[in-house]
Ligand binder design. Structure first.
Ligand code: ATP
Length: 256
C-alpha cells in the first residue's frame, strides 16, 4: 500500500479545505487512504451546514483525515455503511479525550464529543468533490477559556481539568484510535455490527436513553427518547407516534 501523508501546517483556513485541495490537486497527485492535514492554528473553521467554528490561534486542534474506504477485495464500500464514518471518528475522539479527562466524556450522536453536556469536539465529514473519498474533520478545544466559548454549550480540555492538552500527543492518540477502528471496519467490509463498531459506539454514546429533540431540514421537530443506533448508524427514536429512525445527514440540530 502507498504510505499515507501526514502534513502538520503552522496555520490553515480550514483543514478540511486544505485536505480536499491537496488530496485532489494535480501537483500532489491523489493522496492515499488515511492521509492527514492538521494544525493548531485554524483560522476559518466550519461547522455543519455553513455554521462557524471558533478556534483561536494555538488553542484548538483541527485534524482532517482522508478516507477512501474499500473492502478487502478492493471494491468501494456500500453507500449505506458510510454513516458510520463520523461515528467512528467520534468514538476515536471520545477515547482520546477519555485518556486525559477521567469523567463525563461521551459521544453525542451523530458528530460531537461532550464533557458533561458541553461540546469539546465537533466532527465534520464531507465527500470529496469527485466522490472518491470522505474527508473527516475534527475540531478539538484544547485551551480555550470560558470567555472564548459559548460557555453554556461548549467547553475545552483545560476548562475540564485535563491531565494533558499537548496537540502532538492528542493528534497521535486520535490517529491511532481511528486507524484501529477503521482497519477493523474495512476488514468487515463496513459491517458495523460484525466488527463491533455498533456496540462500541452505542456504549460511548450518551444520547441513548435520553429525551431528544431532533430538528429536520423541513423545520419539523421529532421529540422522543433515543433508544439505539441501527445497523446503518441511524438514531432510533421512540416518539408518541411510534418508533422512527433518523440519518445524520437529515438532522439540522439534535438537542437533549
Ligand atoms: P449544534 O451544536 O448547533 O446543534 P452541531 O452539533 O452539528 O449543531 P456544528 O454545526 O458542527 O454543530 O458546529 C457549529 C456550532 O457549534 C455553532 O453553531 C456553535 O454553536 C458551536 N460552536 C462553534 N465553535 C465551537 C467550539 N469551538 N466549541 C464548541 N462549540 C462550538
Amino acid at each position: 500500500a502507498e504510505a499515507s501523508v501526514l502534513e502538520i501546517l503552522p496555520e490553515a483556513g480550514s483543514t478540511n479545505d486544505e485536505l480536499v485541495r491537496r488530496a485532489t490537486g494535480t501537483e500532489s497527485g491523489n493522496w492515499p487512504d488515511l492521509s492527514v492535514v492538521a494544525t493548531a492554528n485554524q483560522t476559518q473553521g466550519r461547522g455543519r451546514l455553513g455554521r462557524s467554528w471558533v478556534s483561536p490561534a494555538g488553542k484548538s486542534l483541527a485534524i482532517s483525515v482522508l478516507l477512501r474506504p474499500r473492502t478487502p477485495t478492493g471494491d468501494p464500500l456500500p453507500m449505506d455503511t458510510l454513516g458510520w464514518i463520523p461515528l467512528m471518528a467520534g468514538l476515536a475522539m471520545t477515547r482520546t479525550v477519555r485518556s486525559v479527562v477521567a469523567e463525563g466524556v461521551s459521544l453525542k450522536w451523530p458528530n460531537d464529543v461532550l464533557i458533561g453536556d458541553r461540546k469539546v469536539c465537533g466532527i465534520l465529514s464531507e465527500l470529496l468533490p469527485d466522490t472518491s473519498g470522505v474527508v473527516i474533520g475534527a475540531g478539538l478545544n484544547l485551551t480555550l477559556d470560558t470567555e472564548e466559548l459559548p460557555v453554556d454549550t461548549a467547553t475545552s480540555l483545560s476548562i475540564a481539568g485535563a491531565s494533558d492538552t499537548d496537540p502532538d500527543r492528542l493528534l497521535s492518540s486520535y490517529l491511532r484510535e481511528l486507524d484501529a477502528l477503521y482497519t477493523s471496519f474495512l476488514a468487515f467490509s463496513g459491517d458495523a455490527v460484525g466488527c463491533g463498531l455498533q456496540r462500541d459506539v452505542s456504549e460511548a454514546c450518551g444520547t441513548l436513553g435520553r429525551s431528544v429533540q431532533v430538528e429536520l431540514p423541513s423545520g419539523e421537530r421529532l421529540v422522543g427518547t433515543a433508544t439505539g443506533i441501527d445497523p446503518d448508524g441511524r438514531l432510533i427514536v421512540d416518539t408518541n407516534a411510534g418508533i422512527t429512525t433518523v440519518a445524520a445527514g437529515d438532522v439540522t440540530h439534535l438537542r437533549y
